[in-house]
Write a protein that binds this ligand. Structure first.
Ligand code: HEM
Length: 398
């Protein structure tokens, strides 16, 4: 089924300056599973409705993660870590890798990050409150998650900023495959972790590197390079997403003073506010799978080997699932958003992300009396992440 003419989902301009929600709404109405053969991009299916999207994400036997999980211009180019990294593998390999890391990501383990999240929130807020205009993305929301979970990722405190820069450039690598800066960043990350692995072999700690090094010693078939790729991926998965909920979330609250006031006064439960901000911002725009064999999705025939992209941003606005989906409703209940994905690869860091977002909101509501938007936000020209590159704000204590 071909897509309506307006729908060039790979056009970066659509995300930086356009209205992708209008495009997705039309696709949901007219062509929920649409074929896209767009200039300068290998062709792919786009799934924009909730039920069909979850069907793809939940059925790894029909839709594999092992050839990459994001669209890219040349889908036949080899993808680093394909088939071996946690996020880029299918069962049974995926089950084994996920199990090796699981104990570090339980809700109980996530709650253990509360104190660190509070400390980092306070320190970052101190730097910007009553200090004039700042770029919230650069100064607060980008460093925040990485500083909170640096220890978990095996990154030393003094290396956090450097690694954050690499993680950011590494995401750029997905958007702009020719970027030599991005490739260089990947190399830096790999070199860094090679050293950490050696250290953890001698003295294991309570971090992801140690978990995999210990599993390796216990017989898990994982090479050092694969451990490094997994850690690199974790830094990106954690940092690039959580920051978007904070930046996009504050922007949405500024546009809706009644909801902001409800959050401030405690009129809405923090738990449901977190979920709605995660739905609203949907940091991961789409996920990709590859059809394992010829299959039917609804009444659409998909051929073996074809790329199938699931647009989480669109699923989260599906009118058949969400009441008035284009409205921010902090007390939305139920809220079956798919921002953390679905099926076997459901975000392992979701409990931790919720803790980080909740603590940051509490601390901000407590210490910032007034948030002022002092300039236009800049949206990233990316079909992978749904992100703000810049958000000029001023925080006032009274
Ligand atoms: C609001 C913040 C976050 C969002 C929106 C988010 C989103 C997602 C999504 C959509 C997936 C599914 C990928 C797929 O199916 O291919 C995923 C997987 C994953 N996320 Fe998150 N994530 C967030 C925070 C985090 C954090 C804080 C961490 C780690 C500290 C993390 C680590 C991971 C990992 C390791 C996977 C792969 C799991 C697997 O393959 O089994 N994420 N995330």
């Amino acid at each position: 089924m071909g897509a309506p003419a307006i729908t060039r989902l790979t056009d970066p301009h659509l995300y930086s300056h356009g209205d992708p929600h209008a495009v997705w709404a039309r696709l949901r109405r007219e062509c929920p599973v649409s074929w896209h053969d767009e200039p300068d991009h290998d062709p792919f299916w786009a799934v924009t409705t909730y039920d069909e999207g979850l069907e793809v994400l939940s059925d790894w036997k029909r839709f594999s993660s092992a050839s990459g999980t994001f669209l890219r211009p040349n889908l036949s180019d080899p993808y680093p870590g394909a088939g071996v990294m946690m996020t880029l593998s299918d069962p049974p390999r995926h089950d084994v890798l996920r199990k090796a890391a699981a104990a570090l990501f339980t809700p109980k383990a996530a709650a253990g990050f509360r104190a660190r999240a509070t400390e980092v929130s306070r320190s970052l807020l101190r730097g910007v409150i009553d200090a004039g205009p700042h770029d919230f993305v650069n100064d607060v929301s980008a460093p925040y998650p990485l500083q909170v979970i640096a220890g978990l990722l095996g990154v030393a405190g003094e290396d956090v900023e450097r690694m954050a820069g690499y993680a950011e450039a590494a995401v750029g690598n997905i958007v702009d495959l020719d970027g030599t800066a991005a490739q260089q960043a990947h190399l830096e990350v790999l070199a860094y972790y090679a050293e950490v692995i050696e250290e953890r072999r001698v003295r294991p700690t309570n971090d992801v590197v140690s978990a995999f090094v210990l599993a390796q010693a216990d017989g898990l078939d994982i090479t050092d390079d694969e451990i490094i790729l997994t850690c690199d991926n974790l830094a990106v998965a954690a940092g690039e997403t959580t920051r978007q909920v904070l930046a996009g979330g504050l922007l949405a609250l500024l546009a809706d003073p009644a909801e902001l006031a409800a959050l401030r006064s405690g009129a809405v439960p923090l738990r449901s506010a977190i979920e709605e901000l995660v739905r609203w911002t949907t940091p991961v725009n789409h996920l990709m799978r590859t059809a394992v064999a010829d299959t039917l999705l609804g009444d659409v025939e998909i051929k073996a080997g074809q790329a199938v992209s699931v647009w989480l941003s669109s699923l989260n606005r599906d009118e058949n699932v969400f009441d008035r989906p284009m409205e921010l409703q902090l007390n939305r209940n139920p809220n079956r958003h798919v921002s953390f994905g679905g099926g076997r690869h459901f975000c392992i860091g979701a409990p931790l992300a919720r803790v980080m977002i909740g603590v940051f909101l509490e601390e901000t509501m407590h210490s910032v009396a007034r948030i002022e938007q002092v300039g236009e936000p800049r949206r990233a020209p990316s079909y992978v992440t749904n992100s703000l590159e810049s958000l000029p704000l001023a925080f006032h204590s009274r």
